[in-house]
Design a protein around this ligand. Sequence first.
Ligand SMILES: [Zn+2]
Length: 143
Amino acid sequence: MKMVEDEKFRWILHCGWKGLCPRCGEGKLFSSWLKIADKCDVCGLDYRFASPDDGPAFFSLCIVAFPLVFLVVWLQVALESPFWVHLLTSFPLISLGCALPLRPIKGWLVASQYVNKAQEAGTEKLWAQLNGASESDEWFEGK
Ligand SMILES: [Zn+2]
């Protein structure tokens, strides 16, 4: 059974959002808030292939921080809010807005890396080892 793009996408969303292993969908992807576990505790998938590094921070900046900054500027311009309003609203909003999406975004990146077997410069060797050392080529057809 080949996965069509649509199914892939939904699988990535599902695993990323819930922080689940992108192979079995049951094991936990994270060992703590933002730390990727070493491997899946259910199916044993080695998470070392995952290298989302700066991705999540970048995405959350683009998706959340910039609109929030606009909101803050708008607050300032439209309502002429005093500084303490920003202190109470804007700063918590921005820090939360940046921190909260990090985990699902990180999960999505890892899941999509796994599903699409994305390669970044420098990870080819690891990929070769992972693929050579396991049956992962058939990872989805067998399900
Ligand atoms: Zn797993």
